[in-house]
Structure formats: structure tokens, C-alpha cells
Design a protein around this ligand. Structure first.
Ligand code: ZN
Length: 182
């Protein structure tokens, strides 16, 4: 009997820490963000960084556009007329998002791209971006966010050039350009 009791105690004691560990791991998984990279896992988490932390890391303009879903004034962005070869990265987390090879002049006043870096045909699963429905202006638009840190980047419209007819209308302020090394 004593032995049974000891066994029972052992099981009870053994079970408790396991539950606790699982609880901690579960909570951590949701908020590790960039490591997981899955859209679903980030959506359940506020953000990899708290708003106040982004505020310290970014300029007021960068914060307004990327974390508050703002839009820079048209024809104001530093990359609008940039024709250098290179990669446009997320200004928040440095993820590569758009290549200069797919940049074109749309005449709208914002840097425009016909596809995201990593697009294969119409498959965007290997790109650094996600599409989200945005009804904030009363009409349905498609918001483009960074897959890794959920930064608001701009919108995508179905009136672009090329076989997929996409126009990614992206704020300069949400991007960091890195020229290609020769
Ligand atoms: Zn990012």
C-alpha cells in the first residue's frame, strides 16, 4: 500500500511540472513571432514588439505608416524615383520584400511593384508579405503587410502590369533599400 501511495505521489508530482512547462512553452510560441513566421501564429499575438517599443525603434513617420496603418503623402517618398538595382527590405524587421527588378512607375505617387520578391507564378507563399482584407475606407481593399513583423506596407490593386496584373502600392517610409553589391 505504501508503495502504491508512493507511486501515486510520484505520478502526481511528475505531472504538475510537465503541465507548467507546457503552459509556458505554449505562451512563448505565440509571441516569438519571427521564428515561427506563420501568419496564423502571429495573428493570435499582439505583435512581436509592443507598440511602445516600435515607437522607440522607428521615426514618427515610420511608426505612423507601419504600426498605425498610415499612408505617406503621394510623391513624397524617397524611393518613388529610385532606379538603382537592389532589394527593398522591411524598415521594421529587415525582411527582404520587393526587388528593384519588379519596380515600375505607376504614376500614382507611391513606389509600385508588379510582384513581391519570391513570387512564383501567382504563388506568394515564399514571399515576405501577406495580403489582408481592409475595409477601413468603406470599400474593400487588399492591405499588404510584412509576414514577419506585421508592418503595414501599403495596398495591392489588380490594375498592374505583367501576367498577374498586380500593382503593389507601397509606402517608401515602410521600406529600407539596399543597393545590390557589384
Ligand atoms: Zn517586417
Amino acid at each position: 500500500m505504501a508503495r502504491l501511495l508512493w507511486l501515486f505521489r510520484g505520478l502526481t508530482l511528475g505531472a504538475a511540472p510537465r503541465r507548467a512547462v507546457r503552459g509556458r512553452a505554449g505562451g512563448g510560441e505565440l509571441c516569438t513571432g519571427p521564428v515561427l513566421g506563420e501568419a496564423g501564429s502571429l495573428a493570435t499575438c499582439e505583435l512581436p514588439l509592443a507598440k511602445s517599443e516600435w515607437q522607440k525603434k522607428l521615426t514618427p513617420e515610420q511608426f505612423y505608416v507601419t504600426r498605425e496603418k498610415g499612408t505617406e503623402p503621394p510623391f513624397s517618398g524617397i524611393y518613388l524615383n529610385n532606379k538603382e538595382a537592389g532589394m527593398y527590405h522591411c524598415v521594421c524587421c529587415d525582411s527582404p520584400l520587393f526587388s528593384s527588378e519588379k519596380k515600375y512607375c505607376s504614376g500614382t505617387g507611391w513606389p509600385s511593384f508588379s510582384e513581391a520578391h519570391g513570387t512564383s507564378g501567382s504563388d506568394e507563399s515564399h514571399t515576405g508579405i501577406l495580403r489582408r482584407l481592409d475595409t477601413s475606407l468603406g470599400s474593400a481593399r487588399t492591405e499588404v503587410v510584412c509576414k514577419q513583423c506585421e508592418a503595414h506596407l501599403g495596398h495591392v490593386f489588380p490594375d498592374g502590369p505583367g501576367p498577374n496584373g498586380q500593382r503593389f502600392c507601397i509606402n517608401s517610409v515602410a521600406l529600407k533599400f539596399k543597393p545590390r553589391k557589384h
